[in-house]
Design a protein around this ligand. Structure first.
Ligand code: SF4
Length: 295
């Protein structure tokens, strides 16, 4: 398919900021759907903008480093030791964006980040392309959808894998608990986006850069290859024949669930435990001593 490739950063999304992006599982867990929690989030002055934390910056550095590394390989055939050296040189100055409290903390995070990026790049043998972000109709609403990288099957130009990278360990599985996989709107939206780009056989995937058993303490203890085991590839595939299929049905139901939310009574103790308004919501005043008046 012909398209102008997307740049490595959010610049490519400029002008599309008013359009909502498709929520992923992380924003569609049960607690996030709670109507009470939503009202807290609307009012809370202490609401934390996730775009200011180190994790956000680390993810952005990793994605840009992968983008850059994939281009280096595609355009210059760069692999191996040169790759590792260049990725390190790329990542080092950008670590300042994370505003870690100490150089030691920054260095520790840089080490594992470089390892994860290089491990992935060394394992990725397909030719990459970067389709531009697009507005896609998802469940009757316009959504902003994009992927970090796309790999077209070299034997079948109608088949593509659209990838979104995540720097954490896998936090859901394809058979996972509480139907997180089925509730993920982002993967389904990526499939619609793939159709819009003109592909017919579409795989939408999350590539978690850290594997389940990777240890990133003082000494890295990680598996040497990105693919194979580790539950770090979570993906959904669709073959589009030109008529709506189960992906469309699933999206319509998920969009309605997202819109309607859940009543607080429907939340279980487990779901509430991970809610960041847990304390605020379940706070109970201490019982008054006999004879005292409530103020
Ligand atoms: S603690 Fe539970 S009921 Fe309260 S706002 Fe959070 S999800 Fe809703």
């Amino acid at each position: 398919m012909e398209y102008k490739e997307m740049a490595a950063s959010d610049e490519a999304l400029e002008g599309m900021n008013e359009v909502k992006s498709a929520p992923s599982y992380t924003r569609m867990n049960h607690a996030d759907l709670c109507s009470k929690r939503r009202s807290f989030a609307d009012k809370a002055e202490t609401y934390v903008d996730r775009k200011t934390g180190p994790a956000y910056h680390l993810a952005s550095i990793a994605k840009d480093a992968i983008h850059w590394g994939l281009i280096q390989e595609r355009e210059k055939g760069e692999t191996g030791r040169d790759r590792e050296r260049h990725i390190t040189q790329y990542v080092m100055p950008r670590m300042a964006e994370c505003k870690y409290l100490s150089d030691k903390q920054a260095a520790a995070n840089r080490n594992w980040l470089v390892f994860m990026v290089v491990r992935y790049l060394n394992s990725e043998k397909r030719r990459v392309t970067f389709p531009p972000a697009a507005e896609v109709m998802v469940g009757g609403e316009k959504r902003r959808v994009w992927c970090d990288a796309a790999f077209v099957d070299e034997n079948d130009p109608e088949a593509v894998t659209l990838v979104v990278y995540k720097i954490r360990k896998p936090d859901m599985t394809m058979t996972g608990s509480e139907n997180a996989f089925e509730r993920d709107i982002q993967l389904d939206s990526l499939i619609l986006y793939g159709r819009q780009l003109g592909y017919k056989k579409i795989t939408a995937a999350y590539y978690y850069l850290r594997k389940e058993n990777d240890h990133i303490g003082q000494n890295l203890k990680c598996e040497p290859y990105f693919f194979g085991g580790g539950k770090n590839v979570v993906q959904k595939t669709d073959e589009y024949t030109g008529t709506p299929d189960e992906i469309d049905e699933e999206l319509a139901a998920l969009s309605k669930m997202e819109e309607d939310g859940l009543a607080p009574e429907e939340e279980t103790e487990d779901w509430c435990r991970n809610c960041r308004f847990h304390v605020l919501c379940l706070y109970k005043k201490a019982p008054l001593r006999a004879g005292t008046e409530e103020t």
